[in-house]
Design a protein around this ligand. Structure first.
Ligand SMILES: Cc1cc2nc3c(=O)[nH]c(=O)nc-3n(C[C@H](O)[C@H](O)[C@H](O)COP(=O)(O)O)c2cc1C
Length: 348
């Protein structure tokens, strides 16, 4: 390549090459190595995903408490490297890293394009909190979508505060995710809220639905006398403790049969729910734990609830979003930690 073929603006040149890398069908063209160093200069490097590039720099997400987050706090100098091997191209970026302002990070999180990568698994949940609206206190509902991306990392995709968890609210929320580029969803996990299930079917036509096993269990146990609930719960749980898909299905059938003798209404519900409750069996076993319930979000909701109890009533909707996002940028929780934005300023 001749130097005169290059755009004089390095960012324009990057954008052109990045588009070509995407168009060439490369698996994850936005993957880049990020090198940081401790204050004493000890280097470290790892892969991250590009979340946007403009005049201000190259954006990526990290947990502020991670090793890179801590290193960048004490030494903001960093380098990035993209390598698009089939095209015979690499791009090197060096500069200072800056945290994006909370409001911007928040706005970015809620509106960022999702068209970078397919998100095979999506988990949806809702939480009701109290919020002030003018002089009134109303119940507001936080709807939340978390995906597991192609690399197996959990990523918060979107969050909205709506007046009530009805079908119209879920449909609008799901449409906004699709409009932002959500694609490639193979399985979506949620409770059986009718408006939500319809919204999933309408917006993600190719995806299977996994009925959250934890919510299902609560529904099922309402059909069983209190004295037998713990025994029935243990029986149903045994379905999920099987080593492979075939034995899950066999155990489910066995439990339906055993329940049928004493608790026909529960047995009927368990039998009817099979396709949705056991949808996870069509996916690799090592992913099952992340797929069969929305417990991961329930844990987040519990933490929000704990903090909400301190705050009591939120002064407005924006403060709810801020609290949830604040929680998300908390300490790392293994490879599935959620991330927050940091901008990198490029220099040639
Ligand atoms: C392809 C790929 C993309 C990744 N993207 C991110 C990312 O965007 N943000 C992130 O924090 N970690 C990402 N990771 C994980 C990091 O490489 C790293 O393991 C993790 O963030 C911990 O790094 P640290 O301890 O140096 O902070 C990615 C890993 C791979 C293989």
């Amino acid at each position: 390549m001749e130097e005169r073929d290059l755009d004089p603006d390095p960012l324009r040149q990057f954008e052109r090459w990045f588009e070509e890398a995407r168009a060439s069908g490369l698996a994850v063209p936005e993957a880049m190595a990020l090198a940081t160093a401790t204050a004493a200069g000890g280097p470290s490097v790892r892969m991250v995903l590009l979340k946007g590039a403009d005049e201000r720099g190259f954006a990526f997400h990290t947990n502020y408490e991670s090793r890179k987050g801590v290193e960048l706090t004490s030494n903001p100098r960093a380098a990035l490297l993209f390598h698009w091997q089939p095209l015979g191209r690499q791009v090197r970026v060096e500069g200072r890293v800056e945290r994006i302002a909370v409001e911007e990070s928040e706005a970015y999180f809620r509106t960022r394009p999702l068209d970078g990568a397919p998100y095979p698994y999506l988990v949806l949940d809702a939480l009701v909190v109290k919020c002030r609206e003018g002089s009134r206190t109303v119940n507001a509902c936080v709807v939340h979508a978390v995906a597991v991306n192609q690399e197996g990392f959990r990523e918060s995709l979107g969050l909205d505060v709506v007046t009530s968890e009805d079908g119209a609210a879920w449909l609008a929320f799901m449409r906004s995710l699709v409009a932002r580029g959500l694609s490639g969803v193979k399985l979506c996990t949620s409770d059986a809220h009718p408006g939500l299930v319809d919204a999933i079917a309408a917006t993600l036509p190719g995806a299977s639905w996994q009925r959250c096993r934890t919510h299902f269990m609560r529904n099922l146990l309402t059909r069983v006398p209190k004295s037998a609930q713990s025994f029935v719960a243990t029986m149903v749980r045994s379905t999920f403790a099987q080593p492979d898909a075939d034995t899950v299905l066999e155990q489910h059938a066995r439990v339906v049969e055993q329940l049928g003798e004493r608790f026909p209404a529960a047995a009927e519900l368990l039998a009817e729910a099979a396709p949705d409750l056991l949808a996870f069996t069509h996916f690799p076993k090592e992913h099952w734990r992340q797929l069969w319930s929305n417990n991961s979000l329930e844990r987040l909701n519990k933490e929000i609830r704990r903090r909400t109890d301190v705050v009591g009533i939120f002064p407005d909707r924006a403060s709810i979003v801020r609290l949830v996002m604040g929680f998300e940028s908390g300490p790392p929780k293994g490879p599935s930690c959620t991330t927050v934005s940091v901008g990198l300023t490029a220099s040639s």
